[in-house]
Design a protein around this ligand. Structure first.
Ligand code: FDA
Length: 311
């Protein structure tokens, strides 16, 4: 399984594989389950359909690292345009930003200023901003930036954290002290054992420990807010059970899942009155994102292989 996972993560940067997936019908069709489309119009249409079923969305213009100031500036502008469009369409959406798209690697100050401008605009439009967390080389700078955002804005911004990183419990402790909002995910990148847990059970236990930390009366009093970004029934049930026994209201936490994954469960949780938000990726650079989804569930690839042999 790990081999397959690494294989798909490897393919996420492979140009031949990219061209194959983009032009091979069944692969492209499967990608549309996980990615709203190449255009914002398509993402808005998908968002409206989810909203109509009581599910909120987080919009993400997919793309990975940019390598120069002009590209970073363009990404920042795209996020600003996205905010205006969300407002104009009246959809129930937050947006999420990948810091590497806004120049984190080569100009952290520019990145901070651009994201602060986006958060300021979002605040004026009453839209929540979330910050994705990427590979381990970017984690320290991303969290430093989030703390700066908390200094300036206090609320209205949430930061994703990865339970597989050894450092995360200490990071979460600091975020709780600041009353931060976190999106807790397991972590999607390939990391070394020195940096991240490798064992599924240990990663799950780390998630459970962080859920516990985030839902103590002290954390809730400080305004810390927990979002669980996972499809894992074990984690979701543990969170719901904890909320029930501690009398924590449905508005005091949120569950997020990715577009196309466990769609029935998304609807079931929304129908039960929980806050359910679906991550809606879109944009021309959707391919590496799609490969990471296949890496998580290689079973999906058998669908493509079957189509290739005409069965
Ligand atoms: P995992 O993949 O470990 O699966 C656990 C169990 O969930 C399975 O055994 C199965 O029961 C169920 N399940 C999972 N997929 C299923 C499917 N397709 N159908 C049926 N059952 C399924 N990562 C990151 O590094 N930075 C980030 O910023 C984010 N952001 C983010 C936002 C949101 C909203 C989500 C949901 C996820 C992320 N991630 C992320 C990705 C995250 O780190 C992780 O890689 C994936 O969510 C996969 O882990 P899960 O917790 O979903 O369970």
């Amino acid at each position: 399984m790990t081999l397959l996972r690494n294989f798909f993560i490897g393919l996420s940067t492979n140009e031949t594989a990219r061209n194959f997936v983009k032009h091979f019908g069944p692969a492209r069709q499967l990608s549309r389950r996980f990615v709203a489309g190449e255009s914002l119009d398509e993402a808005i249409a998908v968002s409206k359909a989810l909203n109509a079923n009581g599910i909120k969305v987080i919009l993400n213009s997919v793309g990975e690292s940019v390598s120069n100031q002009a590209e970073a500036q363009q990404s920042a502008q795209n996020y600003q345009d996205l905010l205006q469009r969300v407002k104009a369409e009246g959809i129930e959406a937050s947006i999420t930003i990948k810091p590497s798209q806004v120049g984190l690697a080569f100009d952290p100050d520019f990145c901070y200023e651009a994201i602060a401008d986006i958060v300021q605009s979002a605040r004026e439009l009453d839209i929540l901003v979330e910050i994705d967390i990427e590979g381990s080389p970017d984690v320290e700078a991303t969290l430093r930036m989030y703390h700066r955002l908390l200094d300036t804005f206090e609320g209205g911004v949430r930061q994703a954290v990865q339970s597989y990183l050894h450092r995360t419990p200490a990071d979460v402790k600091r975020l709780i002290e600041r009353g931060g909002g976190i999106r807790l995910v397991k972590g999607a990148y390939q990391e070394l054992p020195e940096i991240a847990l490798q064992d599924k059970k240990a990663i799950n236990q780390a998630c459970l420990d962080i859920i516990e930390m985030m839902l103590t009366p002290d954390a809730l009093d400080r305004g810390a807010y927990l979002v669980l970004g996972s499809h894992d029934p074990l984690l979701i049930e543990a969170l719901l059970e904890k909320a029930k026994t501690q009398n924590i209201k449905a508005e005091q936490f949120e569950i997020q899942m990715l577009l196309g994954v466990r769609r029935d469960e998304q609807q079931r949780l929304a129908d039960l009155g929980y806050q359910m938000r679906v991550y809606v990726p879109y944009g021309p650079a959707w391919y590496p994102y799609f490969m990471r989804r296949l890496a998580e569930r290689p079973a999906n690839v058998f669908f493509i292989l079957r189509a290739m042999v005409g069965k």
